[in-house]
Design a protein around this ligand. Structure first.
Ligand SMILES: [Zn+2]
Length: 364
């Protein structure tokens, strides 16, 4: 049997040959994701004595160093850690697109000095796969989406059999990842096991309530208007969980450029279904959605921009929208209001920074 490194170099050769075609590249990334997932899982298994040694050795400072990737993962890891003696460092900040992110020297150093690493997985962090794999040789490295059964994952046709990575958009699915982190932390740092489990449970209760809120407000959108038109396909899980239909200009990864034909097709769809609002995303350039808006105008259908949704990155650190709960509250509230449904002006907990009317004004 080949080792991961042998497989990786084979894949790498194929990759170089396939550079010319975006679809081959996506396919390659998909294959690599499966390989890397398997290797990382093997590396994180309980039976590996080398792994156990790394995981079991107490950190010199007395505090565990946990490194995470995107904000959605960082936030739920922090919720599980709570007041326990561990520091959580997230590598990808506000507005950063994880599909395109390439790790720098600083990221590699952070990963190499970590006691534990949590990332999202399913190839969301496509450019980080190699450094995550390297990190996994010396410490436990977990993809939080390993918590979700394969049968629950979306595998859209256009992504050539690879699962859709945007799992956090379905609150009940992300909730399972919280429980997974709680269990992994309890194994790694047994002295604080009960605290990790309790923190996870408390946060999971909040997410269950958030899930109810999202269901409730999206259900107020008239059936004929339940179309979510966005820049890239980040909302597939959201649509499935909360009963909307999603249309996007770009595919699942932001790596592919939208074609003119895609834009035209979407314009016809929006006009035909009299969709009142389109959405832009915080981590994806708005130009494609602007092109759809202008296309609709040329066909005498005025469509507004219902606001900017958080798709693959959260809002500014220290703000409500800079948390996972705030991100989902913002998205659900904006979507419900802009598509003719009802939601509280400032969201689930009255904490949203702006209102939909204010955003619509800004985006005109
Ligand atoms: Zn995405």
């Amino acid at each position: 049997m080949k080792t991961f490194d042998q497989l990786f170099s084979d894949e790498n050769r194929d990759f170089n040959a396939a550079q010319a075609s975006a679809s081959s590249r996506r396919k390659f990334l998909g294959q690599l994701g499966c390989l890397a997932g398997t290797a990382l899982l093997a590396g994180c298994g309980k039976g590996d004595s080398k792994e156990q040694g790394a995981a079991g050795s107490a950190p010199k400072s007395g505090r565990l160093k946990i490194v995470t990737t995107c904000g959605m993962v960082t936030d739920i890891v922090k919720a599980v850690i709570g007041e326990e003696p561990a520091d959580v460092t997230g590598l990808l900040g506000e507005g950063v697109d994880p599909h395109l992110y390439q790790p720098g020297r600083n990221d590699v150093q952070e990963l190499q000095s970590a006691d534990v690493v949590f990332y999202s997985g399913l190839m969301l962090e496509g450019g980080m796969q190699r450094v995550l794999e390297q990190a996994a040789s010396k410490r436990p490295v977990f993809a939080v989406t390993d918590a979700i059964e394969k049968s629950y994952l979306r595998t859209p046709e256009e992504f050539e059999g690879h699962p859709d990575p945007h799992v956090w958009m379905d609150v009940s699915a992300w909730n399972r990842c919280v429980g997974f982190i709680g269990e992994k932390m309890a194994e790694i740092d047994a002295a604080h096991a009960s605290a990790y489990r309790k923190n996870a449970e408390t946060y999971q209760k909040q997410l269950t309530e958030l899930d109810e809120y999202v269901k409730k407000v999206v259900a107020t959108i008239p059936k004929s208007q339940r179309y979510l038109v966005t820049a890239h396909d980040a909302f597939g899980y959201f649509a499935r969980a909360y009963e909307l239909e999603v249309k996007s200009v770009q595919g699942i990864s932001t790596q592919s450029e939208a074609a003119v034909a895609d834009v035209n097709e979407l314009v016809s769809f929006v006009v035909e279904h009299k969709i009142p609002a389109l959405f832009v995303e915080s981590s994806v350039p708005a130009k494609n959605i602007q092109a759809v808006k202008e296309g609709c105008q040329s066909k005498s259908w005025t469509v507004s921009i219902g606001g900017s949704l958080f798709s693959d990155a959260m809002g500014a650190p220290g703000t409500y929208e800079g948390t996972y709960i705030g991100m989902l509250d913002h998205n659900a509230t904006r979507i419900a209001q802009a598509l003719g449904g009802e939601a509280p002006e400032r969201g689930w907990q009255g904490k949203l920074a702006g209102t939909t009317a204010e955003t619509a004004k800004e985006m005109k």
